[in-house]
Ligand binder design. Structure first.
Ligand SMILES: [Zn+2]
Length: 232
């Protein structure tokens, strides 16, 4: 039904176009007789732009519609007008895209700067296990709980009393048996007075807040000690 209603109007459009085309051809071929003198360029410009200021009863409209010279000027003006409009539309589209691209670039840059700043910040923390009991493997003892932030942590560990010097693996894991590794690093103890200290950088940025374990494993005797760790 809709199609039936639309079809005749399209056909009429085509028919009118065809009539106009035929008329144009006749005018350009000089088969019509124009009345009166040719109107000024100004008037033809307005006519080409279909200006609302022009009344169809104006005798100059009749002239332009039947004069080959005026018709030719009109057709040229229409073409110029159309290409100018297309250029304006194109320029506007380009300008819009340039603005959008600039906004995206600036936003991306700001975001990168922000995430770089938050991601690369290293937080210094010291964990003093001097008086800590730990448990070896699954053997719970007197535990000292440690709290660390979910960040890149430059961790200084004061090792428990009587710890042997040497190379240690420091790890953060989910389980008290070394399962679910979050981050680990190797370091050699440095001696300050009576105390042995370890200095490692642990990446805890991807750890969710919760309960974990911090472990130290002596590389020589492979003895591991676990401390409950809270990541906040
Ligand atoms: Zn004319």
């Amino acid at each position: 039904m809709r199609l039936n209603l639309r079809w005749p109007s399209r056909a009429e459009d085509r028919f009118e176009k065809w009539i106009a085309q035929r008329h144009q051809e006749r005018v350009l071929a000089g088969e019509t007789t124009p009345q009166g003198p040719c109107p000024g360029e100004d008037f033809l410009q307005k006519l080409a732009r279909k200006s609302k200021g022009i009344r169809l009863s104006d005798p100059r409209v009749d002239h332009a519609a039947t004069c080959p010279a005026c018709m030719r000027r009109l057709l040229t003006m229409r073409r110029e007008h159309q290409s100018r409009r297309q250029k304006i539309i194109f320029a506007t589209a380009v300008a819009t895209w340039v603005v959008i691209a600039a906004v995206i670039t600036v936003a991306r840059h700001e975001l990168q700067k922000h995430s770089l700043a938050t991601n690369s910040a290293v937080v210094s923390e010291t964990v003093n296990l001097w008086d800590a009991g730990a448990f070896r493997g699954q053997q719970p003892g007197q535990l000292q709980s440690v709290t660390l932030p979910a960040a890149r942590v430059r961790l200084t560990i004061v090792m428990p009393r009587f710890s042997s010097p040497g190379q240690y693996v420091v790890a953060v894991t989910h389980g008290p048996d070394g399962s679910g590794l979050i981050s680990e690093a190797v370091a050699t103890t440095t001696n300050s007075g009576q105390q042995e200290t370890l200095s490692v950088t642990l990446d805890l940025r991807h750890a969710h807040a919760g309960q974990y374990y911090l472990s130290t494993t002596n590389e020589q005797d492979q003895a591991s000690y676990y401390y409950p760790l809270q990541i906040r």
